[in-house]
Design a protein around this ligand. Structure first.
Ligand SMILES: Cc1cc2nc3c(=O)[nH]c(=O)nc-3n(C[C@H](O)[C@H](O)[C@H](O)COP(=O)(O)O)c2cc1C
Length: 348
């Protein structure tokens, strides 16, 4: 594997853990409150966070959004995340599988996760610019083979125009993206999700995606890890990328706004709305669910806990689930469908 690739993945890991890469000041969760009910007609133990997923019920409405693979630490991190996700009923996204499209990397450890954790539901991952390339070169068969080898239940195509534009070695080539997505959706062997990577989605973008009959859209909005910032931080000081990272450090649409748009655009359709981007607690998750999210993803906090230890990750996940349950208990919501807009107040 080339050194530049490994270094980039290690940099992403390091800088996404830095407070400077986070846009928490732009997360709008503090503008929303769930309405406290002092007289809930249930016990905390009655609260169920089970969620429907494809044809079955799983234990939580949570997922781990795709995070980078392809470097030394990745196997250990992915192993810990897979263990937690499989044990606790979380879906697990893998990081971009761009490298593994080449047969030389097909035997990569990531692809064996599915066989080691048979209960685990994995989500494959590829960037839109790579999907466009495959489409133009008539090479979708490579991606079909990859998702089959991964044993994934679904595939997420990620949209990251800002990151590609700020990154010195990025591939900001998105022309033909909609056509590539449409063509892939027509032949994909597994359901397709489109996700952002922390800059959110506008109503106009969501309207375009609506025509694709996707399984889900993960709005991944601003409020957490910001990829303009990460690329700016990892660039050489005084370089163009470093400057772009600062100029565009607050570029994007908050998860709250993106969710609001998505709930409206996808109302009455089969496409699920998922929320990630700055989700940090089970209370954030409760607010996102009340706003219409079917599933909630935590990237950076999972990474931070997984890097600490397997036990730290498991405890963090348990506490996050419990926070969601407490929010549901105190709003008299026995299950996820009872946690809806009527339980929210504030400005959104
Ligand atoms: C270290 C790291 C690597 C990431 N790599 C990918 C990736 O390969 N593909 C992808 O779709 N998103 C990737 N993401 C973006 C996340 O899936 C998520 O959309 C974003 O980080 C916002 O969530 P957060 O605020 O909880 O971190 C990565 C995030 C992190 C922290």
């Amino acid at each position: 594997m080339d050194q530049q690739f490994i270094q980039r993945k290690e940099d992403h890991l390091q800088y996404s853990l830095s407070p400077e890469s986070q846009t928490s000041l732009h997360s709008r969760w503090e503008h929303l409150d769930l309405i406290h009910d002092s007289l809930p007609d249930l016990d905390l133990a009655d609260v169920s966070i089970h969620s429907a997923f494809l044809d079955y019920q799983i234990e939580t409405p949570f997922f781990v959004p795709g995070m980078t693979a392809g470097h030394e630490n990745a196997t250990l991190i992915n192993d810990r995340i897979a263990g937690m996700a499989s044990e606790r009923g979380w879906l697990m996204g893998v990081g971009s599988q761009r490298r593994e499209l080449d047969s030389e990397y097909q035997d990569y450890a990531l692809q064996k996760i599915a066989s080691r954790f048979p209960k685990l539901k994995l989500i494959s991952n590829l960037g839109l610019s790579q999907l466009i390339e495959l489409h133009q070169q008539g090479e979708f068969a490579k991606l079909q083979a990859l998702v089959e080898n991964t044993g994934a239940a679904m595939i997420a195509i990620h949209l990251n125009p800002l990151q590609e534009a700020v990154q010195a070695e990025g591939t900001p080539n998105f022309r033909g993206g909609y056509e590539a997505l449409k063509a892939w959706c027509d032949i994909s062997p597994i359901p397709v999700i489109v996700k952002e990577t922390g800059s959110g989605m506008s109503e106009a973008t969501l309207q375009k995606l609506k025509n694709l009959n996707l399984f889900a859209v993960d709005v991944s909005g601003m409020g957490g890890t910001h990829w303009g910032r990460v690329e700016g931080l990892r660039a050489k000081k005084e370089s163009a990328s470093s400057r772009y990272g600062k100029t565009f450090g607050n570029w994007g649409i908050s998860t709250v706004d993106s969710l609001r748009f998505a709930a409206k655009v996808f109302e009455g359709t089969q496409t699920e709305v998922w929320a990630s981007g700055g989700m940090r607690t089970g209370l954030d998750a409760a607010k996102a669910i009340a706003l219409g999210a079917k599933r909630v993803g935590f990237a950076q906090p999972v990474l931070a806990a997984a890097l600490t230890s397997k036990v730290a990750l498991s405890e963090w996940a348990l506490q996050t689930e419990q926070e969601l349950k407490i929010a549901m208990f105190c709003t008299n919501s026995a299950n996820l469908s009872a946690l809806n807009l009527q339980k929210l107040k504030g400005h959104w």
